[in-house]
Design a protein around this ligand. Structure first.
Ligand code: NJP
Length: 223
């Protein structure tokens, strides 16, 4: 029976590319994002092995409902990729906007926790896999960057969650890219990492035998 992955932030960029790559690799894909029209169009393109589940990841109930619907539709959830994330317009601490920090922390930190909390009961049944998009910015120092600090949280949390989930055979992977050519930036970045490159890394992580837990994949542009 085909395995199922639920992907948040599936309406564009890394999440959209991962949905296509996972479907091509034989997975059922449950697509979560707020942009209903985009995930429905992507699900139509992929076909019967895709399901669009409109969802705001900052709302725990909506994430829970999406996981329940994916389980009902496909018979179980084997992997959850908490990929939804956002940045801020105003950089720095002195010059930053506290309301922007609030909104970003809600998506990049709290919603990752919500996704893990909601996913574990499902993943426990399948000895499944939780993946999350960290960043090079979660490994290094970036002057005054609150975004980078949210990704430091993701990297620390990913390691801690891996220790919790290994007790029942679960696995956690932090996907840590440098700059990726997505809508995250206003201008195209054709010489940087392509979303498909990150998608390939996700498919690699979820395709390993039970004996191998790929804890982190760090990808940098090669320009
Ligand atoms: O960006 P983009 P990426 N509820 O803007 C979704 C990290 N990263 O693919 O809701 C549900 O194309 C949004 O969907 P919608 C980055 O931090 C990037 O680059 O419809 N979904 C969209 O699908 C993030 O964690 C780079 O607006 C919500 C998606 O998030 C991840 O990669 C480098 C949501 C954003 O897609 C994917 O970003 C790096 C919500 N409340 C890490 N809020 C890079 N691009 O260079 C947002 O190291 N979304």
């Amino acid at each position: 029976m085909a395995k199922t992955i639920l992907i948040t932030g599936a309406s564009s960029g890394i999440g959209e590319a991962t949905a296509r790559a996972a479907a091509k690799a034989g997975w059922n894909v449950a697509l979560c994002a707020r942009s209903k029209d985009k995930i429905e169009a992507l699900a139509d393109e992929i076909g019967d092995t895709a399901l669009a589940l409109p969802c705001d990841v900052t709302k725990l109930d909506e994430t829970r409902q999406a996981l329940d619907k994916a389980t009902e539709h496909f018979g179980g959830v084997d992997a959850v990729y908490a990929n939804a994330g956002t940045g801020v317009e105003k950089p720095g601490v002195e010059t930053g906007d506290p309301q922007e920090w609030h909104d970003m922390i809600h998506v990049n930190i709290l919603a990752v926790l919500y996704s893990a909390h909601a996913a574990i009961p499902h993943l426990k049944k399948t000895k499944g896999h939780f993946l999350v998009t960290g960043s090079k910015a979660g490994r290094d120092t970036f002057k005054g960057s609150v975004y980078s600090a949210t990704k430091h949280f993701v990297h620390g949390f990913g390691e801690n969650l891996a220790e919790e989930m290994r007790e029942w055979g679960g696995r956690v992977t932090v996907i840590a890219p440098g700059m990726v050519n997505t809508a995250f930036f206003d201008e195209p970045k054709p010489s940087k990492i392509q979303p498909e490159d990150v998608a390939n890394a996700v498919v690699y992580a979820i395709s390993q035998p039970d004996t191998a837990a790929v804890r982190e994949i760090y990808i940098m542009p090669n320009d």
